[in-house]
Write a new protein. Structure first.
Length: 94
């Protein structure tokens, strides 16, 4: 039997500081962009997940990664060459 969580349930998990790292990693690949966005905003999001989300198809998520306080310089370098100027700008402001 599988459990199907609603988007709101997954958003709660994505923002909860008690969500286990393995679950956060799963949520970073969620089909709903709002869940991935919530993961990108976590203060404790691992570098590997930031790297993954820096290639997300949604530009708002890539911009959130560029603005994350703990984003590594290597990811910022990649985002500074993004096709969207707002993402390039956010990456270069860091």
């Amino acid at each position: 039997m599988s459990i199907h969580l609603t988007v709101n349930d997954r958003l709660r998990l994505a923002t909860s500081p008690t969500t286990p790292p393995k679950s956060v990693a799963s949520l970073s690949a969620d089909g709903d962009w709002r869940v991935r966005q919530a993961v990108a905003q976590r203060p404790d999001v691992p570098e590997g997940i930031l790297a993954q989300l820096s290639h997300d198809r949604r530009r708002t998520i890539r911009e959130t990664v560029a603005k994350h306080p703990n984003v590594p310089v290597t990811i910022l370098a990649t985002l500074s060459r993004d096709t969207y100027s707002s993402i390039r700008y956010a990456a270069k402001q860091r």
